[in-house]
Design a protein around this ligand. Sequence first.
Ligand code: PMP
Length: 322
Amino acid sequence: ISWSEERGWHDAVVKPYGPLSLDPAAAVLHYGQEIFEGLKAYRWADGSVWTFRPEANAERLQRSARRLALPELPEADFLAAIEHLVRIDADWVPSAPETSLYLRPFMIASEAFLGVRGAHEAEFHVIASPAGAYFAGGVRPVSIWLSQDWSRAGRGGLGAAKTGGNYAASLLPQAEAYEQGCQQVLFLDAEERTYVEELGGMNVFFVYADGRVVTPALGTILEGITRSSVIRLAEERGHVVEERRFSIDEWRAGVESGDIVEAFACGTAAVITPIGRLKARDFEIGAPDSDPGALTMSLRDELTGIQYGRLPDHHGWMRRLA
Ligand code: PMP
């Protein structure tokens, strides 16, 4: 779908996969005016194809658009784009356990203009690709590397938007995480370098022995759709969920005293993943082979159960596509 100031959104088409044509002066290539989403189409046992809370992705894309001075795409157009594409590509939705068709909607400022200003022309695209199970052969806890040198986002910055620039900021820290034998990087707040924010591509949760669940408050982090779903499911089970500042020292002390009994990360790709170990320059928490926590695994079962149609969808989260 294309957008211009004069015509608004127009010309929605489904085309065979292929290269985009852009002017070398297209704003996106110079100023990073790009936003995106990530969601999945799931095949249920009866062959039908469903997606999870796409309205939430549509809404987040609108928030990202506002922050990046891009045009807002109406929710109906976002949903229609996903539906049309998945209907045409329905045979590409795999059926093996925990597989899916990954959907990547994105918007770019396409006008040829070398100057910093809001978009005057834009394009919205959706591409799709079959995705294997994130954990082939059982869920394994992740090891994460604490980035003490770099930040992802500061107050008033782009942190809450899903935009390429945030991921550009995490490329180097993510490479350092791999060098340290970890799969993901953990970011702290940019101002005090004290409070836990999120991983390179996932939100984080901590479970106390008394049943309280803590997750970093919104502001500079991405408002994960899995995050808000987990909060809802945990609250329905009677857990008190605190969205607040959570320092790295509180984590260390909590694990040492036995007050914090589980840590997990969550996002569309891996759903819910136990955090086995946090590695920092001069300390470590946990162990790579530690057992996944009970609440972590049971929330994971519940969420994947809803997504794959094994459990009833009491929240109206699932939307049928094909
Ligand atoms: N934080 C970041 C930085 C991410 O890239 C993602 C993945 N989109 C998440 C959190 C989790 O978001 P969601 O649950 O919507 O996938």
